[in-house]
Design a protein around this ligand. Structure first.
Ligand SMILES: NC(=O)c1ccc[n+]([C@@H]2O[C@H](COP(=O)([O-])OP(=O)(O)OC[C@H]3O[C@@H](n4cnc5c(N)ncnc54)[C@H](O)[C@@H]3O)[C@@H](O)[C@H]2O)c1
Length: 319
């Protein structure tokens, strides 16, 4: 695979274009919003510079090199012309995705693989029949140029060779693809994250703790052990009798699934939608590019430290 089209140049799309370019592919990037497509160039350049500086991308990757590897195309037809792999990273609504897949069916090469980055949607019923044999989900985590996990889920009619080919392409790019047998909303890591999301939102809405306090509990308590142990090895170190005792404590119940949160609804209504808006749970007065860079620098340092430290893998054997 060498010619990749990335559809959608938002939070994920611009970063995915960079990832595939760094992985040795020739990328065409498009977005239905011209301003977003224009903004993508600066975001990619900034992220690339941070990666180069941190030693996570080759030193000869200049913005000129990037401009040769990723070209931007307002026209969808031009973006997918000759594409071998099409990475779908547009907004997460079934209507928008269904409309795009219909357009792709008309415009894309017949043998192009369609890989959706959907977070939660079962996109397969939205994909035209003629494209089913070469359709799958490849779900990334942000920022995908630093987070290595990619969930890969074959569509119900996806040819095994297509699935295996994408898995191998991702491995060749230095990623950690996790192949699942079938679609389940949220895959593995996002399901766990969703459970955490329910709990922290509940604690916040009930006034048990503030957002900074909950983050402090995560950062200084939960997070330290996870990178080297995961959850099952951590349980082994804690002792499984404690796991039994915790499970048997029926006074603890996960929060009810309400489908919404008072705090979250208020923040969004106030326009506090996150870093790109300058505020969310916290105020973020600096410009987003500076904030992304600050996050990326810290992630690079952590990733390099984790590489050096290593996990407990190799000392255990999975059952
Ligand atoms: N943000 C994340 O952390 C994250 C992580 C993993 C997966 N995802 C998934 O990736 C996808 C994109 O998410 P995002 O956060 O980048 O969203 P985003 O809103 O930042 O970007 C989506 C982009 O798609 C464009 N778009 C909409 N319809 C289009 C069309 N028909 N053709 C071309 N472009 C179109 C929009 O203009 C927008 O720029 C979603 O399916 C989301 O669930 C997001």
């Amino acid at each position: 695979m060498s010619r990749v089209a990335v559809i959608g140049a938002g939070t994920m799309g611009h970063a995915l274009a960079l990832v595939f370019a760094l992985g040795g592919h020739q990328v065409r990037l498009t977005d239905s919003n011209e301003a977003t497509l224009a903004r993508a160039q600066g975001l990619m350049e900034k992220a690339l510079a941070t990666l180069v500086e941190g030693g996570e991308a080759p030193a000869d990757w200049t913005s000129g090199h990037l401009a040769q590897s990723v070209t931007r195309h307002p026209s969808l037809a031009e973006a997918v012309d000759g594409a071998e792999l099409i990475v779908e990273a547009i907004i997460e609504t079934p209507e928008a995705k269904r409309a795009l897949f219909a357009q792709l069916d008309a415009l894309a090469p017949a043998d192009a693989i369609i890989a959706s980055n959907t977070s939660h949607l079962d996109v397969f019923p939205l994909i035209p029949a003629a494209r089913q044999a070469r359709a799958l989900i490849a779900h990334w985590y942000t920022p995908p140029y630093l987070v290595d996990l990619v969930d890969v889920i074959p569509g119900p009619q996806c040819e095994p060779a297509v699935f295996e080919g994408v898995m191998q392409t991702l491995r060749d790019m230095g990623k950690q693809p996790l192949g699942l047998k079938k679609f389940v909303p949220g895959y593995v890591a996002n399901r766990i994250q969703a459970a955490i999301g329910l709990e922290v939102q509940h604690l916040l809405d009930e006034g048990v703790a503030t957002a900074p306090e909950i983050d402090a509990a995560i950062i200084h308590g939960l997070a330290l052990r996870l990178p080297i142990l995961g959850v099952f090895a951590k349980a082994d170190f804690t002792g499984l009798a404690l796991s039994q005792a915790i499970l048997s404590n029926k006074s603890y119940a996960p929060p009810p699934v309400r489908g919404r949160s008072d705090t979250l609804d208020t923040l969004v209504a106030e326009g506090r939608t996150g870093v790109l808006a300058g505020a969310g749970y916290y105020d973020w007065p600096q410009d987003p590019a500076t904030l992304f860079e600050a996050r990326d620098r810290r992630l690079i340092a952590l990733k390099q430290a984790m590489r050096e430290i290593g996990t407990m893998a190799g000392l255990e054997r999975g059952t």
